[in-house]
Write a protein that binds this ligand. Structure first.
Ligand code: BDR
Ligand code: CA
Length: 309
């Protein structure tokens, strides 16, 4: 199994990504979950991560709280999309499993320093924790197998017309991560908008009938309603689970190696991923982005996973 740390800001789609990971312990060996401020503030993202692990009966998973705010900017949340709790639509009890006392960034560094085999990072929120870990101990890069990130947009953003949420919240952290020289796969909005929770797919989840599936369906029914209305889509995009599916079945995605810069100054374009699809800049690629996914197969895999819990 691949050793994995999930860095996230749950968040409904983060929660589905965590559940999918917990469903495949033979493929993904989850070393821990680090949380960051993003969709909702840190006190909620860390307790939401624990609620989801408890929902799946996995109280032994180690959950850490990382950074409470972006590097330079003040925190911009997405409570309109995920509800004030971050997991609206699921009535989950307050978690009883512990929050680990260590800081999330220190956990990331410690794991990567002592790793016997390289560790994969699944990054589902603003990149603050990863950036600080890379700044604090650049040598950890040697033990990073791959960083797979949900973030950015080739075309249109979802917070502003230029910027996707995770990049908009902490563009400076994203720049640190993109420039670090680690092997990175970026899954931008253009790809995740190909994976929509249509009413029919929601029904398939509901019909699984387990408490996990009920909770997932409840959250997904609420989640992203503003998104789908705003963007005229037949369902809310399931962004973060794409990262976990990519780790399991990369062949369900097409990719392209590109140079991506982050706009950290623009008045209208702050947080934009400047993606050089045609290499007009002549700069060598610093990461690969996904361009498309096979939505039916990706959904089948997610539903299969949820049914196992
Ligand atoms: C990203 O922003 C968050 O609201 C989601 O959890 C996802 O990580 C999509 O833009
Ligand atoms: Ca997220």
């Amino acid at each position: 199994a691949r050793s994995l740390i999930i860095d996230c800001d749950p968040g409904v789609d983060d929660a589905i990504a965590i559940l999918l990971t917990l469903a495949v312990p033979d493929r993904l060996n989850l070393l821990g979950i680090t949380t960051v401020a993003g969709n909702v503030p840190l006190d909620l993202t860390q307790s939401n991560a624990r609620k989801i692990c408890e929902l799946a009966g996995r109280t032994e998973v180690k959950v850490y709280a990382g950074c409470p705010r972006p590097l330079l900017r003040s925190l911009h949340t997405a409570a309109d999309v995920h509800g004030a709790t971050g997991l609206q639509g699921a009535a989950l009890p307050e978690p009883t499993m512990p929050l680990q006392p260590q800081h999330g960034v220190d956990f990331l560094v410690e794991q990567l320093m002592q790793a016997e085999q390289p560790i994969t990072l699944a990054v589902l929120g603003p990149m603050t924790n990863i950036a600080i870990a890379l700044i604090k101990h650049p040598e950890i890069i040697q033990n990073i197998a791959e960083i797979v990130i949900m973030g950015g947009a080739v075309t249109q953003g979802n917070v502003t017309s230029s910027a996707e949420f995770n990049l908009y919240v902490d563009p400076h952290a994203a720049q640190v991560v993109f420039d670090a020289g680690a092997p990175i796969t970026l899954i931008p909005l253009d790809t995740t908008h190909q994976l929509l929770t249509t009413p029919a797919r929601l029904e398939t989840i509901r019909q699984i009938g387990t408490p996990v599936a009920q909770a997932a369906a409840g959250m997904l029914a609420f989640y992203g309603m503003p998104d789908s209305q705003r963007y005229g889509l037949p369902g809310a995009p399931l962004h973060d689970p794409c990262v976990i599916v990519y780790l399991l079945e990369p062949n369900l995605f097409t990719t392209q190696a590109v140079h991506v810069a982050v706009e950290t100054q623009g008045t209208h374009t702050l947080g934009r991923t400047v993606v050089d699809l045609w290499n007009v800049s002549g700069q060598s690629p610093n990461l690969q982005i996904t361009r498309s996914l096979d939505a039916e197969s990706v959904y089948a895999l997610i539903i299969d996973g949820l049914a196992k819990l």
